[in-house]
Design a protein around this ligand. Structure first.
Ligand SMILES: *Cc1c(COP(=O)(O)O)cnc(C)c1O
Length: 500
């Protein structure tokens, strides 16, 4: 009897029986809704120690099927403690990872349809919607026509800004290597002659892309300092170019950033673009975080000069309510990407491709397979409207401005660089007799704040100065969460100063 009852109990989940799927998916939606409801009860930064999970889970997969309830119970007790809660309204670390009702619904639909849209015929709507929504978003950003489909350009969704820069670097490398090969230089030698330019504030993904492309040996990292608020100096770039040309290198690639990862510095795109055009460099603009703010007319000036770029990238998954992953890349000349990345295997041959009647988006990215990510963007643009998205950005920026005013008004804290967008870089002022120039003090303060679990911020080092970074941009962050975090920071600063 007993074994029979157990047997019925252990009826395995169907592989995909529709009504059961409906019931389980509802259960999962409830689980996630409860998570969002209760998110403030968790420490924002996970407090587990390395290796914590191995001690909690079996060493091998179960031979017999288990029940969903048991799996979810383990998620609650074993996985959630090891989660750092990026969706918490008190998450101020790194840059945010946005999610939203509309973004999540798009993500869910994409997961449900589960198509692999590598070529047009593999799901025509996936390719065509992507082109349409990237034109929509490009227009919200007032990108020049040449980036849009009507102007001969192309938008394509990549997983991350790292993949985007890798793709354009490979295109740029091929374009320049071909010119050298036309002069009789062998391909394997050509790569070694190519030099690329970034600043010391450029995201490390460009370094990684250069390693992948085999051009890292001649990646020039131009130093910045506080005199330009850590923006890339055009004169320093000119100097580096002149030196390389004199030494026989062929400069081929320049990356400018709008909103650097460390301090949200903005490189002067117009001047950099002029230099790029003069030297026939591929000019890529990385605006992963701050580009999103440029849908608001009052922030658009940060993109001035983007008309001189060859490619532009930003991450709606960072700050435009689009669940991860969604990195939007626009290029003026998709041909250079397809020249570098296209393949035409027999197994994928079809009438539309053979007739050159369509773009196959596999040729504008590194992998073959690709998700239907444009659904998320389409949903957020339709369900919030441009006005909703703009006011979303404005709320964060205004909360960040408020924090900046509190820091400026306080006599013991100081801004390290002026606030840009919604990133506030600040620190406790150093005592004159502090040999560590306040660096140890601020590092101790940061850990004291984060260990409490009520909010989470991270740090950077600017010109040797240990700096606290507070990025205001989580989906549900409101002014009150910023004020609460400021109160905690002050409370911990009081304690630190009273101890020392
Ligand atoms: C976050 C960030 C990146 C990298 O983001 P991924 O999409 O995770 O690759 C690149 N550049 C800047 C300026 C960033 O802020």
């Amino acid at each position: 009897m007993e074994s029979e009852a157990n047997g019925a109990d252990r009826k395995p989940m169907s592989i995909l029986e529709v009504e059961e799927w409906r019931r389980c998916a509802h259960q999962m939606v409830d689980f996630i809704a409860d998570y969002y409801r209760d998110i403030a009860t968790f420490p924002v930064r996970s407090q587990v120690e390395p290796g914590y999970l191995k001690a909690l889970l079996p060493e091998a997969a179960p031979e017999d099927p288990e029940k969903l309830d048991d799996v979810l119970a383990d998620v609650r007790t074993k996985i959630l403690p090891g989660i750092t809660h990026w969706q918490s309204p008190s998450f101020f670390a790194y840059y945010p990872s946005n999610g939203s009702t509309a973004g999540y619904l798009g993500e869910m639909l994409s997961g449900g349809l589960n198509v692999i849209g590598f070529s047009w015929i593999s799901s025509p709507a996936a390719t065509e919607l992507e082109t349409i929504v990237l034109d929509w978003l490009g227009k919200l950003l007032e990108l020049p026509q040449q980036f849009l489909s009507c102007g001969g350009g192309s938008g394509v969704i990549q997983g991350t800004a790292s993949e985007a820069v890798c793709v354009v670097l490979l295109a740029a490398r091929r374009r320049s290597a071909l010119k050298l090969m036309a002069q009789g230089i062998l391909e394997c030698e050509a790569f070694g002659k190519l030099s690329a330019y970034v600043s010391d504030q450029t995201h490390f993904c460009v370094q990684k892309a250069a390693q992948i492309a085999g051009v890292a040996a001649n990646l020039r990292v131009i130093p910045t300092d506080s005199s330009t608020n850590f923006a890339l100096s055009p004169s320093a770039l000119r100097k580096a170019l002149a030196e390389d040309i004199a030494s026989g290198y062929t400069p081929f690639f320049l990356c400018g950033t709008v909103g650097t990862t460390s301090s949200a510095a903005v490189d002067p795109l117009g001047e950099l673009g002029d230099i790029a055009q003069e030297h026939e460099l591929w000019f890529h603009v990385d605006a992963a975080y701050a580009g999103n703010a440029c849908i608001c007319p009052e922030n658009r000036h940060n993109l001035e000069g983007v008309d001189k770029a060859d490619s532009y990238c930003m991450n709606p998954h960072k700050w435009l309510l689009c669940n991860f992953d969604c990195s939007t890349l626009w290029v003026k000349h998709p041909k250079f990407l397809t020249d570098a990345l296209s393949t035409r295997p027999e197994v994928l041959r079809n009438k539309a491709t053979d007739a050159n009647a369509v773009v196959d988006l596999k040729d504008l990215q590194i992998p073959l397979g690709r998700r239907f990510r444009s659904l998320k963007l389409w949903f957020i643009m339709r369900l919030y409207g441009a006005s909703g998205l703009r006011s979303y950005i404005r709320n964060h920026i205004s909360a960040a401005k408020h924090l900046e005013s509190l820091i400026i008004a306080s006599d013991r804290f100081e801004m390290v660089v002026p606030r840009n967008f919604s990133l506030v870089c600040f620190r406790l002022k150093a005592h004159e007799d502090d040999s560590a120039r306040g660096n140890t003090l601020n590092a101790t303060l940061l850990e004291a704040v984060n260990i409490r679990g009520e909010c989470f911020l991270t740090h950077t080092i600017l010109d040797g100065v240990y700096t606290l970074r507070m990025a205001v941009g989580s989906t549900r962050t409101e002014l009150q969460h910023v004020k609460d975090a400021w109160a905690i920071i002050n409370h911990e600063a009081d304690r630190l100063i009273s101890i020392s």
